[in-house]
Design a protein around this ligand. Structure first.
Ligand code: ADE
Length: 417
């Protein structure tokens, strides 16, 4: 079996962490139990490009229980948990991922995962789909469909579909309510604060935190930073999101103004060069910059490199840039998603729902083989609701049901008062 990982000796440690995560993933566990009886993926080749974490390992086990022949590569050069990768290799999964790999290795790992000739693809950021469509078009013949985990990936795929370049159906897992309401909001919210804390050990209380982007992820981060006692400023380009931030009680202003006020800057916009030269120039001495968006493009790092008169690594994952005049700016995790670079990513309890949607989305693609034309599809609403109900059940929460009378009323129009 081929693989390329950081250190196989870490396998025992990884196994414990995978088991620990599994305790918080009851919905995925139920799906795994059903898959092991029904074998929906019997003999099917699946290539997954995902953050290689203890939660992803549990998804891998669920798919394997369903009969899948699964290969995994990393969806980000800094997000791999090397102990988990080692444990998965010991469990028989070909793995291509090393924490800290350079861009060349990252893409060679994607190629290695594609050498598996997948019939199904799993993506987090759409690098696998994009590579197949641009460099490995011969593989398209065999692909039934794919799933996509994240907001950035779904945007890329919708752009591909609009340009008529997408050649197979993809399920937008991110757009399921049981995914982005929880994973993006609570998962990114908590793990971003966790990553910055682990990297810097700052006290949040009293610090001015500037959050760029008030989507589901940005909201989660802003609210959690506020909860830690930070004074939070939100920067947005969307008028409605900006209004929401203002009515949620945050200060809202252009980034150029916030640049002079912030102690910590966090980008979660999905766009490039959101923090740029002019912002660096206005920042306070000691400003800390972190990104929690999918790609490392949100902070213009090449511009920061050019502006710097000196650079040194001051702590693990903290680079100090000295600018003319002696001001120092600290960039965390090389501008890569800080929640996975410096912490452990979203907690297992939310990944439980995200990966339940992944598993069921893949099963849906197999069941509908040949019936879906190339496009981006939502997770079926019944699946989304089922995941929500199962999660509630696992939390021992029981909810009310509509009475017959109420069902009738909701389906009617005649009665007003
Ligand atoms: N994306 C964010 N957090 C994650 C995690 N813990 N596992 C896999 N993908 C993630």
């Amino acid at each position: 079996m081929k693989y390329d990982i950081g250190d196989i000796k870490l396998a025992a440690e990884g196994k414990f962490r995978i088991e620990w995560a599994s305790r918080q993933m009851p919905v995925l566990k139920l799906i795994q139990e059903r898959f092991s009886k029904e074998k929906p993926f019997k003999g099917m080749r699946i290539s997954g490009c995902l953050h290689i974490t203890s939660e992803t390992a549990n998804l891998a086990y669920a798919l394997k229980a369903g009969g899948a022949d699964l290969v995994l590569c990393a969806s980000n050069p800094l997000s791999t948990q090397d102990d988990v990768a080692a444990s998965l290799v010991k469990s028989g999964f070909p793995m291509f991922c090393i924490k800290g790999e350079d861009n060349k290795t990252y893409y060679s790992h994607i190629m290695a995962a594609l050498d598996h000739k997948p019939q199904l693809t799993i993506d987090d950021g759409a690098d696998l789909v994009s590579t197949i469509h641009q460099e490995r078009t011969g593989l398209l013949r065999d692909v039934i469909g794919g799933t996509e985990e994240t907001t950035t990936g779904v945007i890329r795929l919708k752009n591909m579909a609009r340009a008529k370049k997408l050649k197979y159906p993809v399920i937008a897992v991110n757009d399921a309510k049981t995914k982005h309401f929880f994973d993006n909001h609570y998962g990114t919210g908590q793990s971003t604060i966790d990553g910055i804390t682990r990297a810097t050990n700052i006290l949040w209380s009293g610090n001015v935190v500037v959050v760029a982007g008030y989507g589901y992820c940005g909201r989660g981060v802003a609210r959690r930073a506020h909860g830690m006692g930070a004074r939070v400023i939100v920067c947005e380009i969307d008028p409605i999101s900006a209004l929401e931030a203002a009515m949620d009680g945050f200060q809202v202003m252009p980034l150029m103004h916030a640049a002079a006020l912030g102690d910590v800057f966090i980008t979660l916009t999905g766009n490039r060069h959101v923090i740029d030269r002019a912002h660096f120039a206005r920042m306070k001495n000691g400003a800390i910059l972190a990104n929690s968006g999918h790609f490392n493009v949100e902070i213009n790092i090449p511009a920061l490199e050019r502006m710097a008169t000196a650079k040194r690594r001051t702590r693990r994952l903290v680079d100090e840039y000295e600018l003319a005049g002696g001001k120092r700016i600290y960039l965390l995790g090389e501008g890569r998603l800080i929640n996975l670079a410096a912490a452990e990513g979203h907690p297992a309890s939310v990944m439980d729902m995200s990966f339940a949607n992944q598993a069921l989305g893949l099963e849906y693609l197999v069941k509908n083989k040949g019936r879906l034309k190339p496009d981006v599809y939502p997770v079926p609403l019944e699946t989304d609701n089922e995941v929500g109900l199962l999660k509630l059940k696992s939390m021992d929460i029981v909810i009310d049901k509509l009475t017959r009378e109420q069902q009738k009323y909701l389906g009617s129009w005649e009665e007003g008062t």
